[in-house]
Design a protein around this ligand. Structure first.
Ligand code: HPA
Length: 274
């Protein structure tokens, strides 16, 4: 897949015209969670439309730009707004920015999303540290010829979420007295939300939260050898026997409120990352 490597090189070439840093951490900021990006200093902003190979974001609550700079003194590159399969992009397109972050030098990927909570212990606005995932997207970003220069044909998934980073995030949340959950995230294609029967099935499979993103990016990050830390903000409660109609504005508002605690947590984690 020389094409992919070429497109990555073109994107990096464009970014290098205005940014010469080496990010340690790449960040993907989910629905309503772009506020985390506002804390980035010494910012260089690149609207997605200006970066070769990047699709354009069409989702509500997504700004659509790549921001390079420092966060708590750590060099980072962040996606303010991500791409989703439901927008019509292939998973190769959805995950292309992760390839670019890695090519710029990022060794760690921090991912956030808004998710529906299926674990009955969860409450609106809860933060969930993702400890494992289930992929129910019908495609896979690694489908097709593998470029061994980018990663292995059959990447291991025994521990997609880095154990050390997970422990650091947990310890930090405790220090800051930020309550958190830890659970399994299941990725579905969307864009419709789930039926009661589907929530029942997903919960029965062992998932605690459900969303329409994240897993493709995590698969590509692991393929590329990046360490991954991921968080969900629980924006709606998906209890099959007490289900209320989904309200997207409310989902975004809850994500914003939860995002403030998440920003504090991510900032403190970043300051401690080695
Ligand atoms: N289902 C799928 N995706 C979501 C949900 C949900 O209930 N809430 C936020 N993203």
């Amino acid at each position: 897949m020389q094409d992919l490597a070429d497109t990555i090189a073109k994107a990096v070439g464009e970014l290098r015209r205005r940014y010469d840093g080496t990010p340690k951490v790449g960040m993907i900021l989910g629905t309503g969670l772009g506020g985390v990006g506002e804390a980035i200093r010494d910012r260089v902003e690149f609207p997605y439309g200006d970066i070769p190979g990047f699709p354009r974001s069409t989702s509500p609550g997504h700004a659509g730009r790549l921001v390079a700079g420092t966060f708590e003194g750590v060099p980072v590159v962040a996606m303010e707004g991500r791409f989703h399969s439901y927008e019509g992009y292939s998973l190769r397109e959805v995950t292309f920015p992760v390839r670019v972050m890695k090519a710029l030098g990022a060794e760690i990927l921090i991912v956030t999303n808004a998710a529906g909570g299926m674990n009955p212990q969860y409450d609106l606005g809860d933060l969930m540290l993702i400890e494992d995932h289930i992929n129910l997207m019908p495609d896979n970003p690694l489908r097709g010829v593998n470029d061994d220069g980018l990663g292995p044909r059959f990447p291991d998934m025994s521990e997609p979420y880095d154990r050390k980073l997970l422990k650091l995030a947990q310890d930090t949340a405790r220090d800051l007295a930020i309550p958190f959950q830890k659970g399994v995230f299941v990725a579905v294609p969307g864009p419709n939300l789930e039926t009661r029967a589907e929530y029942r099935m997903l919960r029965g499979m062992g998932a605690d939260a459900v969303g329409m993103s994240t897993v493709p990016e995590v698969i590509v990050a692991r393929h590329a050898g990046m360490r991954v830390l991921a968080f969900s903000v629980i924006t709606d409660l998906c209890l099959p026997d007490a289900l209320e109609p989904a309200d997207i504005d409310k989902i975004i508002a809850v994500a914003k409120a939860g995002g403030e605690r998440l920003e504090k947590l991510i900032a403190t984690v970043l300051a401690k990352i080695d």
